[in-house]
Ligand binder design. Structure first.
Ligand code: ATP
Length: 493
């Protein structure tokens, strides 16, 4: 087994890849960051400011593959003999290929469900008897966060992955599943909504009479020095490497963030040694994390740091689709009518609405499905789901105070696209609190994640420095495409 493998892999899939000229053992079908992690290699790319970075926090991961630059290393599946080299962000000026795109395909359905987590699955199951559905999921699997957790969840009687498999095996022929497919936005087209989606290099125009946004939540980014150093893991990435790929994030890990209980059971299950560090100040090391120092000066010798904090709704898909936001439960949520609609024809369900247990998100998916059935004139009982859902109060996120005086803000990354906290703080301190202007001046929320991860901390900073309440800040609306896409896929002559 490789140094960080937790499980035996299929020996018939064993291959050799070369990273920076050296051979490493990998398995067919693995993604590059996972194969390198299993071999103990964390540093995969270098930012514009020369900062070493891995694949498990945020920011792009351009690599050179068999001499070809600008390959997205995050999604790259390894093949035997593949030669991969590190690349700097600075060289990552994607040559804009406008020609050579394929003709778009078109798919007409009654309902487009964006997001194949437990909420999206619930919505598809509810309507499938009478309506056709396109279930669109960016990842290679259905089940969202639940699929990469192994600890049983309240409301379901089996372990998460089995629940997902059982529910998705109940899909009938009316449900067309698009995995590895990213929705770029929602546009009005007469009595239909156009949802352009991309699978590989293929653009598919999904025409749907109703849309369900079940786009889930994102992990809150915890700010400390070198919070994007190779070896720092966002919680969803840590869960993915452990439970999907059978690889440990490290041999001895530090757990930071306000919700260590989200990862501890998984670490204990696999016998991964850990230490909980509630007040991290700085991660350090050569080519990867070697130690974590806390605010009291304690030094922890660890080889990985897992950030286990709160989740907050991903506001980009909903604001692009036309939702207004309100600040509730300590985060921004979409404003909905009494039927979970952000406007006519567009519904929201699951963690995209508020943070709740998986079972409640599943019920909410079923609830919006029932509302849609009723709109199409079929018998449905949304009240049953609504009543059950009322038993679940959404999770509140306590307000967090950024320790601005105690850290070297230049070393704290607020946004994966090389925007450090000092840069944003300098603008805020100069008296500018309008996030639209902060965005333009600092580049915050203008790069790869388009603010999904960084905007909240930007808002928190502006609020903390100026005393402006979070609900009085003007949060920028996301523009399409809400996810990155190659120009040639969407360009048309
Ligand atoms: P829970 O929060 O309880 O896990 P949920 O279904 O509300 O349930 P997630 O598990 O986060 O939330 O699932 C949301 C899914 O939506 C994720 O798997 C994510 O990959 C997917 N998703 C988000 N945005 C897009 C998009 N633009 N295109 C395709 N899929 C998307």
């Amino acid at each position: 087994m490789r140094p960080l493998d937790l499980t035996e892999k299929d020996p018939s899939k064993k291959i050799t890849i070369y990273f920076e000229g050296k051979p490493y053992k990998a398995y067919e079908g693995e993604k590059l960051p996972v194969a390198m992690l299993a071999n103990g290699i964390y540093w995969l790319t270098t930012s514009l400011q020369g900062r070493k970075r891995g694949a498990f926090t945020f920011g792009p991961l351009p690599v050179t593959v068999n001499g070809v630059k600008n390959v997205n290393g995050r999604k790259l599946k390894v093949r035997d003999g593949m030669r991969v080299e590190r690349q700097n962000y600075g060289e990552f000026q994607e040559a804009v290929e406008v020609d050579g795109g394929k003709e778009p395909l078109r798919e007409v359905v009654d309902v487009a469900v964006i997001g194949g987590g437990i909420a999206g699955i619930g919505a598809a199951l509810e309507v499938q008897e009478h309506l056709t559905v396109a279930l669109i999921e960016e990842k290679g699997w259905l089940g969202g966060l639940m699929f990469i957790e192994s600890v049983p969840q309240g409301g379901f009687d089996e372990e998460p992955r089995k629940v997902v498999k059982k529910l998705t095996s109940e899909f009938n022929e009316n449900v067309r599943v698009f995995t590895g497919t990213t929705a770029l936005g929602i546009f009005d087209e007469g009595e239909y909504f156009l949802v352009p989606v991309v699978k590989g290099d293929q653009l598919i125009e999904i025409m749907a009479k109703r849309v369900v946004l079940a786009t889930g939540a994102v992990e809150n980014i915890v700010l400390f020095e070198n919070n994007e150093f190779p070896g720092v893991f966002r919680l969803d990435f840590a869960l993915e490497v452990i439970n999907k790929w059978g690889v440990a994030p490290g041999k001895r890990v530090a757990v930071v963030g306000r919700k260590p209980e989200r990862i501890i059971p998984e670490l204990e299950k696999w016998g991964i040694e850990y230490v909980v560090v509630p007040n991290p100040k700085r991660a350090e090391g050569g080519e990867r994390v070697e130690r974590l120092i806390d605010m009291n000066g304690n030094v922890y010798e660890v080889d990985a740091v897992i950030v286990s904090d709160y989740r907050i709704p991903d506001i980009n898909p909903v604001t692009q689709a036309g939702a207004k936001l309100k600040f509730r439960y300590g985060y921004y949520v979409p404003v909905t009518d009494g039927q979970n609609r952000i406007r006519d024809g567009i519904y929201v369900a699951g963690s995209a609405v508020s943070i709740k247990p998986h079972y409640a998100n599943y019920l909410e998916g079923r609830l919006v499905g029932a509302y849609i059935l009723r709109e199409f004139g079929y018998d449905a009982s949304p009240a049953v789901y609504r009543e059950k859902l009322e038993e679940y109060e959404p999770e509140s996120m306590p307000r967090f105070t950024l320790s601005l005086g105690d850290m070297n803000l230049e070393d704290v990354q607020i946004c994966g696209c090389d925007v450090n906290l000092k840069k944003v703080d300098d603008v805020v301190k100069s008296g500018i609190t309008d996030l639209q202007i902060i965005k333009r001046l600092t580049h915050l929320a203008m790069g790869f994640c388009q603010g999904r991860f960084c905007l909240f901390n930007g808002a928190l900073l502006a609020s903390q420095r100026t005393g402006t309440p979070m609900d009085k800040l003007d949060i920028p609306v996301a523009r399409p495409p809400i996810k990155n896409v190659k120009m040639k896929v969407v360009a048309r002559g």
